[in-house]
Design a protein around this ligand. Structure first.
Ligand SMILES: Nc1ncnc2c1ncn2[C@@H]1O[C@H](COP(=O)(O)OP(=O)(O)OP(=O)(O)O)[C@@H](O)[C@H]1O
Length: 547
């Protein structure tokens, strides 16, 4: 086991492991052949006349070509990458594959946003509740697009009959699965009703499928493709690196007021008149923090799932129109929101996975201009998150373990104050980059202290042995902090001339052993408080003979 560390003894935790790179076309430059299709003229006309755009973004044209050629397509573009055009444009193109495109989207609000924008452009689009849905039968003048939720597609026998008859008449062009990561148990927002989309290929074997997502690591991507049975699909991946975003993790001070003070100072000094989002882990925290920001003279409102729908729309509109500058929200806020000039996204608490963090922080700087992503981190808060995962009675053991893994990656990211933040996140998404490509645009790269690489295998072994003894000889359960304090009191680092090992190094070492599951933590409650006690994992006991 090695650590690279700055010379002042900071020691990084492990970075997220890099899964096999997807068979994507990521990083490839625009393919000139893409303009040599028989429908290129029609595609260009539609881009200009219907969508009012002049040029395509990376891989949009390839996605459109694949769709118009009747192929299955898997699109992984980051938030704001321009996924919608990849299925909306082929749906309205006058080409031989023309018929009805059925778009499955997870939220009514997303459906409303998209259908509203399309109608404004003169596109013939319906939802099942529109009067225009009467035209959904063979022989009628069909709309170009039908938007529906997966639940409606699953439960409406009437809709299924319509789709079967359109399919028989050769008038069903395509199924589009938006936010396709919801189909995977490994995705961050698994939805039961998405699982049933597996039946699309069986029911309509000849109808091509397009799946789109902004958040899927290689495991989730493969799972989506397998579940939808589109293994021969054209896979298109835009680079996930967002060079204009500054990534930073700040350790949360024990006192809540100190974090509040830091947030207020940060906004006042750097973003006084700018738009931003602050994510909090609970509804109550959102309300309190928004009030505290208002008390400090800032323009802030809270937003969470329990607010009435009309009020939510109102708050979102005020923010969208710059009447309110800061939204303090739970993760209920964000999906489908297209505000280009968000200058900062602050996480007041730790997100549960890097998928979530990438998506939420990615709402900053969609206009390509510099924006800040600041995460306030306290290990203590992750104990509650771990307990919530383990106590979820609806989740299977497999899903719980997967979510625990996601949280561990997130903790490793926060604890690692040496390696480039971008490298860590992009490794996780299977798009490795070098720290040079970060351009000093994260706190770790901007920190110019020299680093060194140290083999800490022996220290890891002695820490495990010591932890085993301490755990077995202490009557009360040892938390991570207890264990670090006790080890700090006892361990001597031979390589440093008998001086006690700095506590920061022990913290990183224990953190890393937990990340690697050589040590494990188990949650327990005392009264209303949740704690996590550390124990040596079964694997470690077997291999090291500790007991
Ligand atoms: N070729 C293009 N040229 C200019 N603007 C574009 C182009 N394609 C898309 N856009 C604009 O980029 C913005 C983001 O597009 P879109 O909403 O499709 O992104 P997305 O990938 O679906 O993002 P999210 O995952 O956040 O929903 C929109 O305002 C859209 O009009």
């Amino acid at each position: 086991m090695t650590f690279s560390a700055p010379l002042d003894n900071r020691v990084p935790a492990t970075t997220a492991s890099s899964a096999a790179a997807p068979t994507s076309e990521c990083g490839r430059s625009r393919n000139d052949d893409a303009t040599k299709t028989p429908f290129y003229g029609e595609v260009q006309r539609t881009l200009k006349n219907v969508f009012g755009l002049r040029d395509f973004r990376l891989y949009q044209l390839e996605a459109i070509n694949a769709a118009l050629s009747g192929k299955d397509v898997f699109i992984l573009f980051p938030t704001g990458g321009g996924k919608s055009l990849c299925f909306q444009l082929p749906a309205v193109c006058e080409w031989e594959t023309k018929g009805l495109t059925v778009v499955v989207s997870p939220l009514l609000s997303l459906i409303e946003n998209q259908t509203h924008a399309l109608k404004k452009r003169g596109v013939d689009v319906v939802t099942l509740d529109d009067p225009g849905a009467q035209r959904l039968r063979p022989g009628q003048s069909l709309p170009s697009l039908l938007y529906c939720t997966p639940e409606r597609l699953d439960h409406s026998g009437k809709l299924q009959n319509i789709l079967t008859s359109l399919d028989k008449a050769g008038q069903l062009s395509r199924f589009v699965i938006d936010e396709a990561h919801c189909i995977s148990l490994w995705g961050m927002d698994f939805r039961e009703s998405y699982k049933n989309l597996v039946q699309l290929r069986e029911r309509y074997p000849k109808v091509p499928i397009t799946a789109l997502t902004a958040t899927a690591n290689p495991q989730t991507q493969d799972d989506v493709i397998k579940t939808l049975k589109i293994s021969g699909c054209v896979r298109l991946t835009q680079p996930f690196n967002r060079p204009n975003l500054w990534y930073e993790v700040r350790r949360k001070n024990q006192k809540n007021q100190a974090t509040l003070h830091q947030i207020i100072t940060f906004i006042r000094t750097k973003h006084l008149h700018h738009t931003g989002v602050i994510y909090c882990s609970s509804r109550e925290k959102c309300e309190i923090l928004a009030q505290q920001l208002r008390d400090a003279g800032l323009s802030a409102k809270h937003y969470h799932a329990e607010i009435a729908t009309e009020e939510k729309t109102q708050i979102q509109l005020e923010w969208q129109n710059d009447k309110c500058k800061i939204i303090v929200a739970t993760i209920a806020f964000g999906m489908g929101i297209d505000k280009p000039d968000v200058r900062f996204v602050i996480h007041h608490g730790v997100p549960t996975s890097l998928d979530g963090y990438y998506q939420e922080s990615g709402r900053a700087g969609r206009d390509g201009k510099p924006a800040d992503c600041i995460l306030f981190y306290a290990f203590k808060e992750t104990i509650y998150l771990l307990k919530r995962i383990r106590d979820n009675e609806k989740a299977t053991t497999e899903v719980k373990l997967h979510k625990e893994d996601g949280l561990r990656h997130m903790i490793a990211y926060c604890e690692n104050d040496v390696d480039c933040r971008r490298v860590q996140v992009l490794n996780y998404f299977g798009q490795p980059i070098t720290p040079e490509e970060c351009g000093g645009c994260c706190d770790n790269c901007a920190d110019n202290r020299d680093t060194y690489v140290q083999d800490v295998s022996e220290q890891a072994r002695s820490t495990i042995r010591l932890a085993t003894t301490l755990i077995s000889t202490t009557t009360k359960p040892l938390t991570k902090t207890d264990l670090i304090n006790k080890i700090h009191g006892q361990i001597k680092d031979n390589s440093e001339g008998g001086k006690a090992t700095p506590k920061s190094k022990i913290e990183r070492l224990v953190g890393r052993l937990l990340d690697e599951r050589l040590l494990e933590s188990q949650t327990y409650s005392i009264g209303p408080n949740t704690h996590a006690k550390v124990h040596v994992s079964a694997v470690t006991i077997t291999f090291m003979g500790c007991s």
